[in-house]
Design a protein around this ligand. Structure first.
Ligand code: NI
Length: 139
């Protein structure tokens, strides 16, 4: 971590009250820590806008494993994106439902492509892409 700098911010009273409510809900101890996290979130969001940026993502998929063709399709897709997929974990949630967590890394355009392909596969009940960072852009 670099040298700490202080700066002042001008903000409307109502917006500051709303921000303080958010801090309480999110259990932040100080405004500074909350502001630092918001800035980092924006930097990560910006990284993802650049198709050539190296990013990290976590794809979650919930589906019914009794749909045999679906399990095969998801596996085939994952073999197509060997370079991007770092790890896959499969959890049997109950008799019918499975959760698959796929950790991906690479160019944001490629990682988005993997996520879209998996999530849009017919039979996937719920899919999400969590967008995060390699950390290089954060100091
Ligand atoms: Ni399963």
């Amino acid at each position: 971590m670099g040298k700490i700098e202080r700066f002042s911010v001008s903000i409307e009273n109502e917006l500051l009250r709303a921000f303080d409510n958010y801090l309480r809900q999110a259990r932040y101890q100080t405004r500074s820590e909350a502001i630092r996290d918001l800035i980092r979130a924006k930097i990560v969001e910006g990284e993802w806008q650049d198709p050539r940026a190296e990013v990290v993502g976590i794809i979650t998929l919930v589906y019914d494993h009794h749909r045999r063709e679906l399990t095969d399709k998801l596996t085939d897709l994952q073999h197509k994106f060997l370079r991007e997929i770092i790890s896959t974990t499969h959890i049997h949630l109950d008799h019918h439902n499975c959760l698959e967590v796929v950790i991906v890394r690479g160019l944001s355009s490629r990682v988005s492509k993997v996520a879209n392909a998996l999530i849009s596969t017919g039979g996937v009940k719920h899919g999400r892409l969590i967008t995060t960072t390699t950390g290089k852009a954060l100091r």
